[in-house]
Design a protein around this ligand. Structure first.
Ligand SMILES: [Zn+2]
Length: 395
């Protein structure tokens, strides 16, 4: 049985940093954690000088079957890339994510690649390819007419998600996706199908409630894409666990989210990336969409909304997950808050009590980064060591 004694400069346990601590790992679990002098030696001692050891990062919003839109636009990936190519890419993406310190990843829709996320997850679990522990949602659910790709009106193009309408149809589709391997159900509470293709609500409150009820009866949570205040309001009332994007959230909606314990996955990095693909260099003048996003994120923080770490990675390069963490700091959180969110915070929001902290008995999903990310968030980029389930993937 593998046994390691890991000796970094400090351990961030998911809540706070402890100088001079070490961690003992036995098989796939954390066996002991505390001051070095109190830890009995083991066969293998790994000294990690200059580093902070912390729980593996939990990415909250990924698309392992997508790659950056400046390489290939989303529509062309969905319509023209063979499934085998998309899966081949996903194996590369999974490896890049793990080596970047992401040991768990909630993947929110295959975007036209069917149930390939279920297979990629199985290949990782069986040790065929390296990658994070995946939480998958298969095809995701959209209201008829609301989603893309969209051609001339005479054509019905293959879509990036599964259409369903009305309570009966939604019950069937939720159960079908669960049967095919969905861990979470993802629903689009709004999309860009309003006048002038502006974002507008899709499902009625009753439809969303039924999705949540059917998913919950199998023990599964629901995640809602929502960027309009009304789409977010309906999703909150329906009982979803997290809301993705939340761009036009109002103080009222964020207060409801805080009161009912619905977390926000702001996906700051996706919006930032898309504007950069459009030619913005990151400097002044700041695009109106970025200014609005900063404002709504500040409103969410002020309302005390639980924030999830999830960047919509896939829109930008897999393995560059830290981009979201850096923007969370740039938009108003402290590095300590962000590192908590990316570890113990996401574990709590996603109901994963076996990870996200460095504590005895939890999964040995551990990374070491150079420097101290609770002081300087960019330290998360300097990954020196990655362990998942007691196996070392990077050192
Ligand atoms: Zn997404």
């Amino acid at each position: 049985m593998a046994e390691f004694l890991l000796l970094p400069d400090r351990v961030f346990d998911g809540e706070a940093s402890h100088d001079g601590w070490g961690v003992r790992v036995r098989a796939d679990r954390i066996d002991a954690v505390g001051p070095r002098e109190g830890l009995a030696p083991t066969r293998d001692t790994l000294r990690l000088p200059g580093t902070t050891l912390l729980p593996g990062l939990i990415e909250g919003h990924s698309h392992v079957l997508l790659h950056p839109y400046d390489e290939t636009p989303w529509d062309r990936q969905v319509l023209y890339e063979p499934l085998a190519e998309r899966v081949a890419r996903a194996t590369v993406h999974a490896r890049a994510s793990l080596l970047a310190g992401v040991t768990t990843m909630r993947d929110l829709g295959t975007e036209g690649a069917g149930y390939a996320d279920v297979g990629v997850k199985a290949a990782i679990e069986k040790g065929v390819i390296p990658g994070p522990r995946l939480i998958v949602s298969t095809r995701a659910i959209v209201a008829t007419g609301s989603y893309n790709p969209r051609g001339a009106p005479e054509w019905s193009l293959p879509l990036g998600a599964e259409e369903a309408d009305g309570v009966d149809d939604l019950i069937r589709v939720v159960r079908d996706q669960i049967g095919r391997g969905a861990d979470w159900i993802k629903v689009y509470a709004d999309y860009r199908w309003g006048p002038d293709r502006t974002a507008a609500p899709t499902f009625t409150l009753d439809e969303l409630r039924m999705v949540v009820e059917v998913a919950a009866s199998s023990g599964r949570p629901v995640v809602a894409h929502a960027s309009t205040a009304e789409g977010m309001r309906r999703a909150v009332l329906a009982g979803v666990r997290t809301i993705e994007h939340g761009d036009a959230g109002t103080p009222e909606v964020f207060a409801m989210m805080a009161e009912r314990g619905v977390a926000l996955c702001p996906t700051l990095a996706a919006g930032d990336a898309i504007l950069r693909y459009g030619g913005w260099d990151g400097g002044a003048p700041e695009p109106a969409r970025i200014t609005a996003k900063r404002r709504s994120f500040a409103l969410a923080l002020a309302a005390g909304v639980d924030i999830c770490f999830g960047g919509d990675v896939g829109v930008f390069a897999h393995g560059d997950n830290v981009r979201e963490a850096e923007l969370m700091v740039a938009y108003g959180m402290t590095p300590l808050q962000v590192v908590r969110t990316a570890t113990s915070g996401n574990a709590r929001i996603f109901g994963l009590d076996d990870r996200g902290r460095v504590a005895e008995g939890l999964l040995a999903d551990l990374i070491a980064v150079e420097g101290d990310p609770t002081a300087e968030i960019g330290a998360l980029r300097a990954v020196r060591f990655v362990m998942k389930g007691g196996a070392i993937y990077r050192r």
